[in-house]
Design a protein around this ligand. Structure first.
Ligand code: AHR
Length: 667
């Protein structure tokens, strides 16, 4: 039943109260919301880097994709890891196997029946990336070698593509190779001739291709019509000039912008489980990601395909600088993934891993005059330090071995770099940080159901303060929601509202995983989907974006009478814009009619902006065909404020299945 309140006798019309109310107390300041609050977690999973953010168009450009970690063996489509012991129980997990390819040479096809292609490691151009493709042919026909890239190459008419070919020819071959970009319908879009010596020496050839038409499923064709002979290819790279910020060896423009639009305060790299590896033999090794891309070996990634290491530590740091994010480096403490083989290095080798982490930090921020890794950064064109802010010590490790190693790493790293923030990865329900000496932050992870995220929107209200702060480094509603649905996004919004309200303790958060190439979903639910030329934000992406774009300076106290656990409200004040920012999640199937009461404001403007993300159905989601089905609509709204003593009142209806941000000038 609605209450009717007559304000200022009969001059102003009666104000009709809704059954539910939101009370904002402007003068009751809550926690400051730090700039660090919303960031991104990047890992090479789902082809997030190769075939995703990294702009290279050629798959298996270095021909290393069939290289496997030491002690592994393949049988058909499966790769069996080295039989290492799980460090906590001493057992070998014999039931583990991982995806392997059955392609003869991944990424490459030979369209000529009389030619033979094979891999060799004889006389390599680079010892670090020794595999080459060897072609032998009789010269009677034109031999065509084709690369389709990562499920098709997207090329744009009139743009420049840099082709780099490291090639050797011998025998009677005249050393001429035609390189073509060919459309999905077999039309030649661009063509050039690579001329090289035929004296059996390596030639590092560079040329340019400018397609005449745009195509999203183009391929690169190398044609050999120079007579009988032999050809070795060590490296074939086709790279767009138009990368993000035009960085050479940089990021794909559209994907990098899409991430930058999230305004990430930090960028976590390189993971994720890839940091640890299935065994230590395939952990992510940042040092191998430096220098000439042609010399980088890559690694069989924990997520079932080879990562080229093309998007390396330098490129990541550069991207962070370009988008104004702080870098977060995650180091290995000599432990392989504890959900996989759980190998541990011996105690004598732990120092090696610590030094490796120190070197990564030095590469990012060290003084080139004093440190060789910092000097390498300067030689790579960046003498100034990069914006490194955080180091996570281990990824999803737990148990007494991890805790001991954490203490050892933390003590040394904090002593050397007191200004950096070091993070302990806490696995909820496991022993937790009570067993370590000290940490700056902890990083709990949650991959859960909508019910969990709604139910835990107040989790941090009662979390113990004073020991450390929290970085929720991985979270996503990914259970019972397929590839993602609006119900997931709304439940995450409820959970994030709890993090933002408690930003005195939760200082950082990142959704995970970040990117998925639609052709290789290795993890069920990911924030952003892409293919060769499209980038699609799921509903959860827009929730992230709305929080990041509407981060207030500090929280203000809110109470609300909602009896429904699907209603969540927070409010804050943006000192720069002098705006009150109210965020409301209505996960229910009915509009949420509320009376908003604001106490303690001198002046409240009637003109407001409402940014609303809504769906007709909880199962709705964006798609490649309909990428903006769920998209934040920003609308000017008039709020009819009435005055009731020290309070100002107005009514507002939040649509069903919605997340809304209301911004209005307030003093
Ligand atoms: O985000 C996917 C995986 O989830 C990460 O690699 C790992 O840290 C966690 O288990």
């Amino acid at each position: 039943m609605k209450r009717v309140f007559t304000l200022l006798l009969s001059v102003i019309p009666a104000f009709v109260f809704s059954d539910d109310s939101i009370m904002v107390k402007m003068r009751e300041h809550g926690a400051d919301v730090p700039e660090s609050m919303y960031g991104v977690f990047f890992e090479e999973i789902n082809h997030a880097g190769d075939g995703g953010l990294y702009a290279e168009l050629v798959q298996n450009r270095s021909f290393e994709e069939l290289d496997m970690p030491a002690g592994y063996h393949a049988d058909g489509p499966w790769l069996y890891p080295a039989q290492t012991r799980y460090h906590l129980d001493g057992k070998v997990r014999t039931d583990r196997r991982y995806r392997w390819t059955v392609e003869q040479i991944p990424g490459w096809e030979l369209e000529s029946p009389n030619a033979i292609m094979s891999l060799t490691r004889e006389s390599p151009m680079f010892d670090s990336a020794p595999t080459q493709l060897h072609l032998a042919f009789d010269g009677k026909e034109t031999v065509r070698l084709v690369n389709r890239g990562y499920w098709g190459m997207a090329v744009k008419a009139g743009e420049r593509y840099h082709l780099r070919t490291i090639i050797k020819t011998s025998g009677g071959y005249n050393g001429k190779v035609k390189a073509k970009i060919v459309s999905h319908a077999n039309n030649i879009l661009a063509e050039t001739v690579i001329g090289c010596g035929s004296n059996g020496e390596w030639n590092d050839m560079r040329s340019e291709l400018v397609p005449s038409f745009t195509d999203r499923e183009a391929r690169l064709v190398l044609e050999f019509a120079g007579g009988m002979g032999q050809v070795w290819l060590d490296y074939v790279s086709l790279f767009p000039e138009e990368t993000f910020n035009r960085r050479p060896n940089g990021m794909r423009n559209d994907v990098a912008r899409f991430l930058a639009d999230l305004r990430p305060a930090f960028f976590r790299w390189p993971g994720g489980c890839v940091v640890e590896g299935i065994t230590l033999g395939n952990r992510f090794e940042w040092k191998k990601t430096l220098g000439d891309p042609a010399a980088r070996p890559g690694e069989y990634s924990t997520w079932g395909y080879r990562c080229s290491y093309g998007m390396g530590w330098h490129e990541v740091l550069q991207y962070c600088e370009d988008i104004g994010a702080k870098a977060m480096f995650v180091c290995n403490v000599g432990l392989a993934c504890q959900f996989r083989m759980g190998e541990a290095c011996s105690e004598d080798s732990v120092r090696y891993y610590l030094d490796d982490c120190i070197d990564a930090i030095e590469y990012a921020i060290g003084d080139p005059a004093r440190n060789k890794w910092a000097r390498m950064r300067a030689e790579a064109g960046h003498p100034e330090p990069f914006p490194l802010g955080y180091v996570e010590i281990g990824n999803e490790n737990w148990g007494h071995v991890y805790d001991k190693r954490f203490d050892y790493f933390y003590e040394e790293l904090k002593r050397r770099y007191p200004h950096l923030t070091f993070i302990y990865n806490e696995m909820p329900d496991r022993e937790g940080p009570s067993l370590i000496k000290k940490t700056d932050m902890i990083d709990p992870h949650w991959y859960e159901t909508p019910g969990f995220f709604y139910g835990n929107a107040r989790l941090f209200d009662t979390w113990e303060r004073g020991k450390y702060t929290i970085y929720v480094g991985e979270y996503a509603c990914n259970r019972n929601v397929g590839g993602g649905k609006m119900v997931a996004a709304l439940s995450e919004a409820a959970f994030i509202s709890g993090m933002e309200r408690n930003s005195d303790i939760v200082r950082m958060a990142s959704y995970a995983p970040l990117l998925e190439n639609q052709h290789d979903r290795r993890w069920a639910t990911n924030l952003i989907w892409l293919n060769s030329d499209q980038v699609v934000g799921r509903s959860s992406y827009y929730v992230q974006k709305m929080f990041a774009e509407n981060r207030p300076t500090y929280n203000v106290k809110v109470t609300h009478t909602a009896k429904d656990s699907l209603h969540h409200v927070i409010a804050g004040y943006d000192v720069q814009t002098k705006e009150l920012v109210v965020k409301v999640v209505n996960g229910s199937d009915r509009p949420y009619d509320v009376t908003m009461a604001v106490e303690g404001a001198g002046r409240l403007s009637a003109a407001a902006t409402a940014i609303t993300l809504k769906a007709g159905n909880l199962n709705d989601e964006n798609s490649f065909d309909n990428p903006y089905r769920i998209y934040p609509q920003s609308m000017p709204v008039e709020l009819a404020w009435a005055t009731d003593g020290a309070r100002k009142l107005c009514n507002y209806t939040f649509p069903k299945y919605s997340f809304t941000v209301v911004r209005l000038k307030a003093e």
